[in-house]
Write a protein of this length. Structure first.
Length: 338
């Protein structure tokens, strides 16, 4: 997965960029390759409008593609054209719902054809999110298994080369987190405003938390496949709690690269957020040893750590919240007297 901290991106992203070039074409313009396909299983579709078998297969592939997208699969296709001119390419690409290698990138097209041994079209090559080959006979795979069972399960997103934490330092950090109740939640999260779910309106921490006994920090990013899969589950979890009269304030700490990506992703969330690029995000990630995303941290109302990596509990539903409440009581009971 993409690195949160390293501008150069992950090894997987670099591999894809090296394979396909820095930009891909969409129906509305160009998009950075890493942003468009990172974390996704990829189909490289060699085809051309002058080829009758291609024109026959493309609608079938488009139908399968749309079904996989509707099912929430992290899958993308890049069209690599063998059309004779750009006008033919543009006309044929206009029938497709996916991405394309820009027509002018003939050297990349030739390199891809050579790499995957393209001897005829249509041909669909399937790669996993790390750029490893699944099959060069993607046409058969996607027609025989249109449900996408061949799409590998996403791996947890890991940050590139996290600094090792010494046991003594980790213990000190944990002790500090548990003792933060002296300064309260505000001492931990700061006094600067947060954003409401509209992504624009500023709101104070006290208005977000109110009198809730637990608060969660959610570290995530739109480019991260596992994050996009987990966020709807977290939304459902919060909605289930509301049905039982329980409010769990969540504050989103984004690792998105730009404001547009942040706003688009945040629009799917019903909670508050730190502004994109807020220094508190990185400080909190360091404090809680965040080494991958998605990552959920649960705190009590005084800022004491209740549970790290709490995202693994979310599938349990409201029972997870009850568990956290019991853990919070234990944390308070174990805290040293002021």
């Amino acid at each position: 997965m993409l690195s949160v901290s390293a501008p150069g991106g992950s090894a997987a992203e670099s591999k894809m960029v090296k394979l396909l070039g820095p930009q891909l074409k969409t129906a509305s313009g160009l998009v950075a390759t890493g942003d468009a396909i990172n974390g996704k299983t990829l189909g490289i579709y060699f085809s051309a409008h002058w080829c009758p078998p291609c024109r026959s297969f493309t609608p079938k592939l488009a139908q399968a593609y749309k079904s996989l997208k509707q099912a929430g699969k992290d899958f993308e296709i890049v069209f690599v054209s063998s059309d004779r001119d750009e006008a033919a390419f543009n006309g044929y690409f206009g029938e497709m719902p996916w991405l394309a290698l820009p027509f002018g990138e003939r050297k990349i097209k030739s390199a891809l054809s050579e790499k995957f041994g393209v001897a005829g079209i249509p041909m669909l090559v399937l790669l996993d999110a790390e750029g490893n080959l699944i099959t060069t006979n993607g046409r058969a795979k996607i027609m025989e298994q249109p449900d996408g069972r061949w799409i590998p399960k996403p791996k947890p997103a890991k940050l590139d080369a996290p600094k090792p934490v010494k046991p003594a330092a980790a213990a000190m950090a944990a002790a500090h987190c548990e003792a933060v109740d002296k300064g309260g939640l505000a001492a931990l999260l700061g006094s600067a405003p947060l954003l409401t779910s509209d992504g624009k309106t500023k709101v104070e921490l006290s208005q977000v938390v109110k009198d809730a006994p637990l608060v969660a920090l959610y570290f995530s990013a739109h480019w991260c496949g596992p994050c996009r899969a987990f966020t709807p589950k977290l939304v459902t979890f919060v909605e289930m709690l509301k049905e039982e009269g329980v409010e769990l304030p969540i504050i989103f700490g984004s690792s998105d690269r730009d404001e547009a990506s942040f706003q688009s992703y945040f629009a799917t969330m019903p909670w508050a957020a730190f502004p994109l690029g807020d220094s508190r995000i990185e400080a909190l990630k360091k404090k809680f040893g965040v080494s991958g995303i998605p990552w959920l941290v649960v705190l009590d109302a005084k800022g004491n750590l209740v549970l790290n990596e709490a995202d693994t509990d979310v599938p349990q539903g409201p029972q997870a919240y009850a568990k956290w409440l019991e853990m919070a009581k234990t944390t308070v009971a174990a805290a040293p007297a002021a």
